[in-house]
Design a protein around this ligand. Structure first.
Ligand SMILES: Nc1nc2c(ncn2[C@@H]2O[C@H](COP(=O)(O)OP(=O)(O)OP(=O)(O)O)[C@@H](O)[C@H]2O)c(=O)[nH]1
Ligand SMILES: [Mg+2]
Length: 476
């Protein structure tokens, strides 16, 4: 169909090419030949540019490096896996940054201590009341020594407040959260802390370090972060904290209340003395154990330090796993090569913090099914981390019966290997059943706080992901 030409315009013919070429009616044969030649040249140049843009796009995709999305319920270990990638590809940067985790580790420790002290004091109060009411109560007797120990540890309440203020002070206030949140103590669960685990507070701490370093030659033990008062108090109380954790009555109270602090996030009570030393400098293992709840999606770019690495840049998206955080996951679905889904195997006898009517394993399975069946992710490669193998092992060895919580597990031993194999089969078959099309799954039984084992899994993921990127960019 001819393109309509406004009436008052000179008698010209519009070509369909872009930019439009005005063709005069009185064009001579020679002019027409020249014009067509110019048009052919322009098209050749334009096609070349298109080809170049496409090649550059593909090259950029390749050199932009792999993009990984970490998914899974809260406390499944996503941020811990992120730290493992950082440690694997950029160990020097990881070590330099390790110090910024010290206040977090201290806050993890102090909250555990204050939790125990509260529990002991409430038991003591309960015992007094039941004696006054002549009730029989199977409660541990709190000795005067334990009471004194709790009194000596009282300054740690102030230290907790100071550390929370200190860490939240580094966060600019936002409308959707208040920075560091000190979650209330709950009897069934040790305290957790919500500090946005993003780069901002880490950056703020690193900046403080840089500026302090440039002003004075502080040593490793100097007050680089302005948390020296908390550190001095902690150093003075390190032995008392260790004594509290070892106390037989404390252990009895925890056991009878069904609380296994050593299985909960941010557990440092068994390292109280080294962690509270004034010159404490966190090692990679300590950083991996430090717990900070992710409350907003974060993008982390890792630049591989070793020249030999096949991919230089790695982008990892870490998201919050609690139910209220999951709505934002979808924004990353079309931009990733691989999803690493984490399911903590130890959750079989636990409930969600955000909804205590839901079993953690049930939630993990439902979430996995939803992710597997998502059509937007049909082309994305899936890696499954059945995580917290060590805690599963400890629970089963302590006598917790897997079959009491998972009734379909019948006539099989209550041992780590068969239980892990059973869970693996369930997750693999859900993937098979619900994937929109056939897709390869790469499952691993993991303990994300074991850096060595996780590093060898990362090497295998690296191979998988690079083959996928090469295939996507038509290189192979
Ligand atoms: N013992 C043990 N602890 C683990 C393992 N994986 C992670 N953790 C710990 O579990 C806690 C929670 O891990 P995170 O990585 O913060 O969990 P997350 O999935 O990022 O949680 P959200 O940010 O709340 O979504 C941390 O204290 C980790 O050190 C594991 O395999 N074994
Ligand atoms: Mg996290």
């Amino acid at each position: 169909m001819p393109i309509p030409v406004p009436k008052n315009k000179p008698q010209t013919q519009l070509s369909l090419s872009w930019p439009p070429v005005l063709v005069r009616d009185d064009e001579t044969e020679e002019e027409r030949r020249l014009r067509l030649g110019e048009e052919a040249e322009a098209k050749r140049v334009s096609d070349n540019i298109d080809r170049q843009i496409e090649t550059e796009r593909q090259q950029k995709r390749k050199t932009a490096g792999p993009k990984i999305l970490l998914l899974g319920q809260a406390e499944s270990g996503k941020s811990t896996v992120l730290k493992n990638f950082q440690l694997h590809f950029a160990p020097k940067a990881f070590e330099i940054e390790a110090e910024v985790w010290r206040p977090v580790i201290h806050l993890n420790l102090v909250r555990s201590v204050n939790f125990i002290v509260n529990l002991v004091l409430s038991q003591s109060q309960g015992l007094r009341e039941s004696l006054q009411n002549h009730q029989r109560r199977s409660s541990s007797v709190i000795s005067p020594d334990l009471r004194k120990l709790c009194t000596r540890l009282a300054p740690l309440r102030q230290v907790e407040e100071n550390l929370i203020k200190f860490l939240s002070g580094l966060e600019p206030p936002r409308s959707d959260d208040t920075g560091v949140q000190s979650q209330p103590y709950r009897p069934s669960k040790a305290p957790d802390i919500s500090i946005p685990a993003n780069n901002r507070w880490k950056q703020a701490l690193s900046n403080q370090r840089v500026s302090t370093d440039s002003r004075s030659s502080t040593t490793r033990s100097g007050d680089r972060f302005g948390d020296s008062q908390s550190r001095r108090i902690l150093a003075a109380l390190g032995d008392d904290i260790a004594a509290l954790w070892k106390d037989v009555t404390v252990q009895d109270i925890l056991k009878s209340s069904d609380i296994a602090l050593e299985e909960q996030p941010g557990f440092f009570l068994d390292q109280a003395v080294p962690v509270t030393r004034e010159d404490f400098f966190p090692r990679p293992d300590d950083v991996l154990k430090a717990r900070v709840t992710t409350i907003r999606p974060e993008q982390h770019t890792i630049i591989a330090e070793k020249g030999g690495e096949k991919a230089k840049h790695w982008t990892l998206y870490d998201v919050g796993g609690a139910r209220g955080q999951r709505a934002v996951w979808a924004q990353f679905f079309d931009d990733v090569n691989i999803i690493i889904f984490l399911a903590p195997m130890s959750g079989f006898n636990q409930v969600l913090a955000e909804d205590e009517s839901v079993n953690r394993l049930t939630d993990s399975l439902r979430l996995w099914q939803t992710i597997c069946s998502n059509k937007l992710l049909a082309e994305v490669e899936f890696v499954l981390f059945l995580n917290k193998l060590d805690i599963l092992d400890a629970k089963l060895k302590a006598g917790v019966q897997f079959s009491s919580f998972v009734t379909s597990y019948v006539d099989k031993p209550n041992e780590t290997k068969p239980v892990a194999k059973y869970l693996l089969d369930v997750f693999v078959s859900l993937h098979q059943q619900y994937s929109p099309k056939r897709r390869k799954l790469h499952p691993h039984l993991t303990c994300a706080v074991d850096t060595k084992a996780t590093s060898s899994i990362i090497i295998r993921i690296q191979e998988t992901i690079l083959v996928k990127i090469l295939a996507e960019t038509n290189i192979i």
